[in-house]
Design a protein around this ligand. Structure first.
Ligand SMILES: Cc1cc2nc3c(=O)[nH]c(=O)nc-3n(C[C@H](O)[C@H](O)[C@H](O)COP(=O)(O)OP(=O)(O)OC[C@H]3O[C@@H](n4cnc5c(N)ncnc54)[C@H](O)[C@@H]3O)c2cc1C
Length: 373
């Protein structure tokens, strides 16, 4: 596929190899992202898999079905895809080792929560190895299995090596049309999802994302953001005044019996952005403790000491018990509307003993933050 912006046409290769030209009034590029695959010896060996497309998932499944009953897997990368896959593979009875470059698991949340995640992985038999950089993958002596070699650990042998070290924007098509690239090589877009080339728009994992708190574009590829950007790009393409209102970085993940969620900025990110952050952690029951099945939640609230503005929140709780995702969404809504931490107590949130407390845990955590100032 090739774009000719001057002629406003796209050359498309058909199934038989014949090329045909499609002309356009507006063109939306939504080419997504590509998994990052380290440029190291052995990365193309059979049994080394990325996990991005449905095809990748089916290839992993095929490999596992052909592997011996005592199958083992190495997962390179301790982000959400790597850790979700650890859970999925353990569920199939596979022995899993996670290679974590820095030793810091799931770096999208504070280390205080990383430790709880590490304990949860250990409880389910997942080995976590602080590995440094992955340097080489070789075939094992038996010729059937693979060995992952890294800078700070012994080689680890496995039937499958899953590489989940992040994604990069697939902006190659856009770049070939002369479109300006920005953060991390993602397509630079304005709030209407217009690129630098007239009549070409972009949306989703190939494009930059406007961050409401940071008030700048960054690269944060997520399904939630992609859907909104796609809608805005479509509106702009048909001449409506579409505007992407930006993200606040809300994410949630289930890891075995834990749910971890975050929204907004971590303390270190807020400081780097010029705020004066303070982060306070609180523990609260998810619902009234006298009602059966109550479980503890850990909530970390980050606010700006200078203005009292809410900057971010992280929550850790038990899957199937505490409603972590509902609660992080309350913080995400507050962040979207630039609320102060103390104003969280004014929100009229639902309460009955099986669900919450008269002061909902997000309010207790916000009050604990205000009390610490
Ligand atoms: C394993 C996994 C789990 C995820 N879980 C979550 C989650 O829980 N929550 C969340 O918010 N996000 C999640 N994401 C991220 C989410 O899937 C992406 O943000 C979202 O799919 C991006 O949508 P998109 O349309 O921009 O790109 P994609 O969905 O990647 O679609 C891009 C499409 O463009 C096609 N394409 C590329 N180049 C060309 C070309 N030159 N010609 C024709 N077609 C082309 C590609 O083949 C692809 O079909 C996950 C991603 C992965 C990989």
């Amino acid at each position: 596929m090739a774009i000719d912006p001057a002629a406003r046409s796209v050359a498309v290769l058909g199934p038989q190899g014949a090329s045909s030209d499609l002309t356009y009034d507006r063109l939306i590029i939504a080419t997504g992202a590509r998994p990052v695959l380290p440029d190291i010896p052995g990365i193309n060996l059979p049994g080394v898999c990325p996990l991005h497309t449905m095809g990748d998932a089916l290839a992993v499944n095929d490999l596992l079905e052909r592997a011996s009953s005592s199958c083992s897997a190495v997962i390179v990368g301790a982000g959400y895809i790597g850790l979700e896959m650890a859970e999925a593979l353990v569920g199939r009875g596979i022995d899993v080792t996670v290679l974590s470059r820095s030793g810091r698991l799931f770096p999208t949340v504070d280390t205080e929560f990383g430790t709880a995640i590490k304990n949860e992985l250990a409880r389910h038999g997942v080995h976590v190895v602080r590995s440094g950089n992955l340097e080489e993958i070789t075939a094992a002596g038996d010729g059937r299995r693979l060995v992952a070699h890294s800078s700070e650990a012994e080689g680890v042998t496995a039937d499958l090596i899953l590489v989940a070290v992040g994604v990069q924007p697939d902006s190659r098509l856009a770049a070939s049309a002369g479109v300006t690239l920005g953060t991390n090589g993602a397509i630079n877009v304005d709030r209407a999802m217009r690129t630098s080339v007239p009549e070409i728009l972009a949306a989703g994992d190939c494009a930059e994302t406007w961050h409401r708190l940071l008030q700048r574009n960054l690269y944060l590829p997520l399904g939630t953001t992609s859907h909104k950007q796609g809608r805005v790009a479509g509106e702009t393409a048909v001449g409506r005044a579409g505007r992407f209102e930006g993200c606040v970085g809300t994410q949630v993940v289930k890891l075995f019996d834990l749910v971890v969620a975050r929204t907004g900025l971590l303390d270190c990110e807020a400081r780097e952005a010029g705020f004066a952050p303070t982060t306070v952690e609180t523990e609260a029951w998810d619902h009234k403790a006298y009602y059966p099945d109550a479980s503890k939640l850990r909530l970390r609230v980050t606010g700006d000491r200078a203005t009292g503005r809410l900057l971010g929140a992280q929550i850790l709780g038990t899957w199937g018990k505490a409603e972590v995702s509902k609660r992080i969404d309350v913080f995400a809504t507050a962040l979207f509307h630039e609320m102060r931490v103390d104003a969280m107590s004014d929100l009229d949130l639902s309460y009955a003993p099986p669900f919450s407390s008269p002061w909902e845990p997000v309010q207790m955590a916000s009050q604990a933050w205000s009390a610490r100032l």
